[in-house]
Design a protein around this ligand. Structure first.
Ligand code: PEP
Ligand code: MG
Length: 748
């Protein structure tokens, strides 16, 4: 029986191929296909519905329904049986369609007389393209073999759609990947950029889904799977010391050797598909299951299978690593996800990054931030929509991606970029001027950094020094703990490049969102409140000691500035400093030159530290407010949680009052104070921070110009009065009042 069905389905595919080979236009091809399927399967009706836009399906061809309904009948995603198949990407097979849940009567099609209904999704790798339907008068459920045959045909239709086979005069569809698309996502790094798409993993194009010779296809598949198994074994042997990586590759090996997977693909070939189309068919199914799986473990394994299928496709088609495509000069990287090391490999060549998955706190986002490259995360179906070389605009302020934008959008966007470029020119002219306000107060302008590649910005931005050097990137981008000698060499190069300007090295700040790939993950209920930063440093001092040694050796007699993150109470600071003192003594014994002098500071990131005893303020050489963390703990609003992270304004009067208390405590003890969270780089926020008495700000280099320019135009005493008046009036936030003041300065 199976043999017979296989032959039937092969015959049908053979006829389909003939229909495709003819030089008929798109619509004619679709018409022929519905005719072929209906007659081969002995059904009265066969119809093809394709997506017109994201959530509308259109009847594009039919055999058996009223021909006048073609291109007239439309339905929303989820509407009627066809809409339900499209939405759920599940098959609907019913003997009594009019009674089935969701049935919707469409008088123009005349379909109420058909009792049985079989609808299968037309999809390619999880991308929904449409629905293929057969219907008959006789009330019967279709057999599993018939369902399977229709799924195989739908798979071929999907490949053909992808290849643009139905585009043409009077055609069913406009060419795919030619329409403008706008996608919304989350902002991983602010900034705007335009350029051309560079796909991190180019799409594999299957140009021939229908097999001529199933035996030969099966041979190709088996040879490719053998090659895949070998490469997985190789990956496994290379990951010898890395337990986590090993686990992943072991899962890969399990799939690569899975008899079930191979058997299903061989069945697909027997039913008439080529080896690559068979791989894609199983991959599509896995993607659908992935979308529906609620279990995180299962989803991860399905993602492994997806990756493996991609590798297999690349082996079969010879496409992939080297597709011959050349990276555009203005690349915008598009990927489903990307690791921090891979992103660093691209480095600053990228104009922008758009990720389909990812999150604001991912390692990739940390790297993108360090590189100051605009990044959008969670951008819908971008990897399905974008093709290499497509024109794309990234709006990292609004979290919007315009793919192949039309002229009006492109013009508006370019105006925005031009305005920013003009502003940058204005900023360049004040690069070497101080950030002095109209009332004569000078505010320190420092920059944040985390990579060697950031150091040139010290010169270009006009920053007076590095107010925060995040040291975790060197730990995050490797699969192994970095060596002391490597770290020391890097820190020395940073100090060389800074040419005597102060660099404030923050010791390793891991935990919470920053998990080292080679450390055992701790399953904590609230990682942001968990074992992180200095807590790890003090409990497991080995890493911190190694880092402190690397810093001392890098300074090699030069001044050194060290800052401990996430100090919540005096004792933590004392213990951390004691580690430093011990390390200095050890280094001296070992014959290393000690720094000319050392400044030791703490980050104020937990509200508790603002209430520390006076002696704490006397003991620290300086304090730096880590506004990102401090704000999340002050308002109890997770900085990584899109739902709440913007809920409370930094210019909320309670927060400003709290910051002012810190300013006063530092003033009473003459403790140097700065602010290094993201808010320091937002002009209006920075202005308010300066107005309440924070003497120095550290921000990403690109923000120095805009912040300095605004401070120079304003009188901090006046801003302070605006803030005090708003507070007296009982305003919740001072933003509106300060904005009004700022606007008035533009007109004077
Ligand atoms: C902060 O918390 O404000 C800060 C600067 O540190 P990070 O963003 O690295 O946590
Ligand atoms: Mg922090």
């Amino acid at each position: 029986m199976a043999e017979r069905i296989e032959t039937e389905s092969r015959k049908l595919l053979g006829r389909l191929r003939d229909a495709m080979a003819s030089d008929a236009a798109g619509q004619e091809r679709l018409d022929r296909i519905t005719h072929l399927i209906a007659s081969s399967m002995g059904c009265e009706v066969c119809s093809i519905y394709l997506f017109r836009d994201e959530d509308t399906l259109e009847l594009c061809a039919t055999e058996g329904l009223n021909p006048d309904a073609v291109h007239q009948t439309r339905m929303k995603l989820g509407e009627g049986l066809v809409g339900r198949v499209a939405k759920s990407t599940n098959v609907i097979n019913t003997a009594d369609a009019p009674q089935a849940k969701g049935f919707r009567y469409m008088p123009e099609t005349g379909e109420e007389i058909y009792s049985s209904f079989l609808g299968v999704p037309i999809q390619r790798l999880g991308e929904r393209l449409g629905v293929l339907v057969v219907q008959s008068k006789a009330a019967r459920e279709y057999t599993p073999d018939e369902v399977y045959a229709l799924e195989v045909v739908a798979m071929v239709l999907a490949e053909m759609t992808e290849l643009g086979a139905f585009v043409g005069d009077g055609a069913a569809m406009s060419a795919r990947h030619t329409q403008p698309v706008m996608l919304r996502g989350g902002v991983g790094q602010e900034g705007v950029a335009e350029g051309h798409v560079w796909l991190h993993e180019p799409r594999v194009v299957v140009s021939n889904p229908i097999a001529d010779d199933p035996a030969a296809e099966e041979e190709r598949l088996i040879a490719a799977v053998d090659e895949l198994r070998l490469s997985v074994d190789q990956m496994l042997s290379m990951a010898d010391n890395d337990k986590d990586q090993k686990q992943v590759f072991e899962a890969y090996r399990m799939f690569a050797n899975s008899k079930g997977w191979l058997r299903r693909m061989c069945e697909d070939i027997a039913s008439g598909l080529t080896a690559e189309a068979a791989v894609e068919k199983e991959q599509s199914l896995a993607r659908t299951r992935m979308g529906q799986a609620t279990d995180a473990y299962l989803r991860e394994r399905l993602a492994d299978l997806d990756d493996l299928s991609n590798r297999l496709l690349r082996i079969l088609t010879g496409q992939g690593a080297d597709t011959g495509a050349e990276m555009p000069l203005d690349p915008i990287l598009v990927a489903r996800n990307i690791g921090p090391a891979e992103l660093l490999d691209y480095g600053r060549t990228l104009r922008g990054i758009v990720l389909e998955e990812g999150s604001v706190g991912s390692h990739a986002a940390i790297v993108a931030r360090a590189l100051a490259i605009p990044l959008i995360v969670n951008a819908g179906r971008i990897t399905n929509e974008a093709l290499n070389g497509d024109y794309v605009m990234v709006d990292g302020e609004q979290g919007i991606v315009h793919l192949r934008p039309d002229d009006t959008v492109a013009t508006a966007f370019r105006d925005k970029i031009a305005m920013q470029a003009a502003a940058q020119e204005r900023y360049a002219s004040i690069r070497d001027e101080p950030a002095v306000s109209k009332c004569g107060t000078v505010i320190g302008m420092q920059m944040n950094a985390g990579l060697m590649a950031d150091l040139p910005s010290l010169e270009n931005s006009g920053a007076e020094g590095v107010g925060l050097f995040r040291t975790e990137l060197q730990f995050l981008v490797r699969n192994q703990m970095p060596k002391r000698s490597d770290l020391s060499a890097l820190y020395a190069r940073v100090l060389d490049a800074a040419g005597g300007k102060r660099v404030n090295f923050r010791t390793l700040d891991i935990g919470s969102d920053k998990v080292l790939p080679y450390m055992k993950p701790t399953d904590e209920p609230n990682p942001a409140l968990g074992w992180r930063a200095i807590r790890v440093g003090l409990d497991k001092p080995g890493i911190m000691r190694m880092q402190l040694q690397a810093l001392i050796r890098a300074a090699n007699g030069r001044p050194l500035t060290v800052m401990f993150p996430f100090i919540a109470q005096l004792e933590e600071f004392r213990s951390a400093r004691a580690e430093l003192v011990k390390t200095l003594a050890r280094e001296k014994r070992l014959g290393h030159v000690l720094p000319a002098f050392i400044e030791v500071g703490a980050m104020l990131e937990t509200p508790s530290l603002a209430f520390a005893p006076q002696i704490f303020f006397e003991e620290v050489d300086f304090l730096s407010i880590g506004g990102n963390d401090l704000k999340q703990f002050f308002f109890a609003a997770d900085r990584e949680n899109e739902r709440v992270r913007r809920r409370y304004d930094t210019l909320n009067i309670s927060f400003l009052t709290f910051l002012e208390d810190i300013v006063n405590r530092c003033a009473a003890t003459n403790t140097a104070l700065s602010f290094c969270g993201e808010d320091a780089g937002r002009p209006v926020e920075a202005l308010c921070l300066a107005a309440i008495g924070i003497p120095s700000l550290s921000m990403r280099p690109a923000s120095i110009g805009p912040v300095k320019s605004l401070i120079r135009r304003c009188d901090l005493g006046e801003v302070r009065d605006v803030i005090l008046r708003a507070r007296d009036r009982g305003e919740m936030s001072v933003r509106a009042d300060v904005m009004e003041y700022v606007r008035a300065q533009h007109h004077t």
